[in-house]
Design a protein around this ligand. Sequence first.
Ligand SMILES: Cc1cc2nc3c(=O)[nH]c(=O)nc-3n(C[C@H](O)[C@H](O)[C@H](O)COP(=O)(O)O)c2cc1C
Length: 214
Amino acid sequence: MEIDPATLEQKERYKLLIGLVVPRPIAFVSTLSLDGRTNLAPYSFFNGLSSEPLCVLFCPANKPDGTEKDTLQNCKPKSEGGLGEFVINASVADYAREVALASEPLPFGESEFELTGLAVAPSTRIRTPRVARAPWSLECETLQVVRLAPGAPAGGNVVIGRVLHVHVDDGLIDAKLRVDYAKLGAIGRLGGISYCTTTERFDLPPGLAKARAQ
Ligand SMILES: Cc1cc2nc3c(=O)[nH]c(=O)nc-3n(C[C@H](O)[C@H](O)[C@H](O)COP(=O)(O)O)c2cc1C
């Protein structure tokens, strides 16, 4: 099948994108409003961006009425009226249901921490709290928000954040910074309401030279 995306409705483009670009890691993003109320939501348009400087990105689309989701309102730079910070918490099998539940579009100021029963833990470098149960969390300052279709329903936004501090559970990584994937229990998002785990894994050497050396 050949598809010209211009012939599709926005909802069909979304369905195609989230069905094809899989598996996606899920950022469980905690933020704080200017008046100090917590917010928590999952975002699977998420990835690491660079190690110099250490940066991540995630993409909160506009709401159906074209306004910003609570996470974006809270984490956008101070110059744009936000607090300029956020925490990316791991999404893991241990609290997968809470990750999905936290996508409930609560009114601004109502906390998904309360809805899910997940406890907060204080952060080290920023005011925004993290998820206490998260096996890793990244405390971030917002560098930039790229707005692809300001004010448009479902319009895309890219939030770029610099990681100021990393929390990792003792025992999850070794002295050489190797992660124990079985212990982590990461989950990813597929299309629709489907998720995946990382229980089946395999190793491959990168490129030609290392493949020949095997
Ligand atoms: C697993 C999962 C991943 C999601 N990923 C995204 C995403 O990448 N971008 C987005 O705009 N919404 C995404 N959503 C929907 C948001 O979580 C949902 O709109 C939520 O209400 C936003 O909360 P907020 O307004 O408190 O920021 C996702 C939902 C789920 C369940």
